[in-house]
Write a protein that binds this ligand. Sequence first.
Ligand SMILES: Cc1cc2nc3c(=O)[nH]c(=O)nc-3n(C[C@H](O)[C@H](O)[C@H](O)COP(=O)(O)OP(=O)(O)OC[C@H]3O[C@@H](n4cnc5c(N)ncnc54)[C@H](O)[C@@H]3O)c2cc1C
Length: 464
Amino acid sequence: MTEIGQALARELGADRVAEDAATLAAHRTDYWILAHLRARQGRLAGGPACVVRPRSAAEVATVVRTAQRLGVAVVPYGAGSGVVGGATPPDRALVIDLSAMNALLEVHDIALYARAQAGLLGGAYEAAVQARGYTSGHYPQSIDRSTVGGWVATRAAGQFSTRYGNIEDLCLALEAVLPSGEIVRTASVPRASAGPNIREVFLGSEGTLGVITEVTLRLHPLPERRELASFAFASFADALEAMRRIVRVGWRPAVLRLYDAAEAARNFSAHAPADACLLLVVSEGPATLVGAELAACEAMATAGGGLPAGPAPVAHWLEHRNVVPSWDFFLEREMVADTIEVAVTWDRLGALYTAVTTALSSVDGMLIASGHSSHCYPQGANIYFSFVLKPAEFAAAEKLYVEAWSRALRATLANGGTISHHHGIGRLRASWLAEELGSAYPVLLALKRALDPAGLMNPGALIP
Ligand SMILES: Cc1cc2nc3c(=O)[nH]c(=O)nc-3n(C[C@H](O)[C@H](O)[C@H](O)COP(=O)(O)OP(=O)(O)OC[C@H]3O[C@@H](n4cnc5c(N)ncnc54)[C@H](O)[C@@H]3O)c2cc1C
C-alpha cells in the first residue's frame, strides 16, 4: 500500500481505502472521450494511486489534511460523468470518491429546500424529494449518473432550466472542506447582502478549491399541470427569433429546445416534418399559468413562421431524453464523437451557430456537425454542438479531435461567446480559460493561490 493509503487506513479504517487494480481502473477516467480514446489506444498515462471513500465532512477534512502533509494531489470524484476530464486524475493522485456520502439529510416543507450529502446521485435525490411532493427542477441528461455535489462543482444545467434556473439559481447553501482541511458552511437564507457570496466560490470550482460535502437545493412543488407543443420552422434563425420573443416578454416555459434541420431529421423523423428545424415547448406549473403560457408560445411561434407539429415530438423527446450511445459505440467503429456547448447573446447567436458548424465541418474526416439550443434566457441562449468524425487513419484521431475543439472554440470566442455553457472546463478546456476570463483571470489565480498554496487540489483541471 502507498504511504497515503496506509495513513488513511489508520485514520479512517482500512475499509475506507482501496488500491486494488479494479478500483483504481474504475477511477482512472471520467466520461471524457479523449481519455477513453487514449485508453483504447493504450496511451492513457498515469492514473490514481489510491481511492478513499469518506463518510462525513470530518472524514473528508482528515483526508485532505493527510494529503497536504504528504504532498499528494487530491481529486474529488462524484460519479465520474463529467465530459471534460475534470475527474480524470493525474498520475499518483488520491481520489476522494464521495459515493459513501449519499444521504438525504433534510426536506424543509415550509422553507422549500432540501439538504443532501454531496455524493447522493441526482436521480435518487429527485426520487426522494418527489416522494414528498416536490421537484428539484434540475434534470441534467446525466441525472442518474451524476451527484448533487458534482452538479455544484461543475455549474451544471438541467433540461428544464428556463423555468427552474440552473444549479447556481437552485443552490441555496453548501458545506465544503477547504484545501487546509477547515470546514466552511454557508447559511440557508433566501438572500443576503453580506459581502460576496462565498457559495459562488465553489460553484464551478471543479475540485480545485475544496471538496463540497453537502448541498442545500431549493425545491419546487410538483407542477399541477404540464403541456407540450412543437413547431416546425423552415429556418433556424426564424426559430431562434421566436424563442427570443417568447422569453423577452417574460414567459418561462420549462423547455424551449430548438433542433437544427440535421438534428431534427436524426431524432424526430417519425414525428415531425422533413427538412425543418424543430422547436419543442414544455410548459409546466400552476394550471392557469400553463394555459396562458402555451397559448402565448403558440401565438409567437406561428407569428414567427412556425407550423404547429403537435405534442408527439415532445412526448418522444421526454421518453428518450436521457438515452445516449456510449463512447464505445463510436470508438469500436473507429469514430470519435463529442459535444461542445457554448452560449452567446441573441444578437450573435445565428452568426455563432454558422461559424462553429462551418469550423467543425472543415476538419478532416468530419461526418456530422450539427447543433441545438437547449437553454435560453432573456439575454441569449446556448448552442449544443455535436460532432462525429472518422479519421482516415484512426491513429490520427486525437490530433483531429483536438483540431475540432480548437476550431470550434476559436470560432466561439471570435463571435463573443463563452467557451462553456454547462459542462465546465476540466482538463479539456483549461488552456482556453485565460482567454475567456481576460482581465478577471488573475482574480481566479489569486483565489487558487490563497486557498490552495501547495496546488494539490485537482491540479491541471480548470487552471492549467
Ligand atoms: C450522458 C451525459 C449527459 C450529460 N448531461 C448533462 C446535462 O444535461 N447538464 C449538465 O450540466 N451536464 C451534463 N453532463 C455532464 C456531467 O454529468 C455534469 O458535469 C455533472 O454535474 C458531473 O457530476 P459528477 O458527480 O458525475 O461529477 P464528476 O464527473 O465526478 O466530477 C466533475 C468535476 O467536479 C469535481 N467534483 C465532483 N464532485 C465534487 C465535490 N463533491 N466537491 C468538489 N469537486 C467535485 C471533480 O473533481 C471534477 O472536476 C452529462 C454527462 C453525460 C455523460
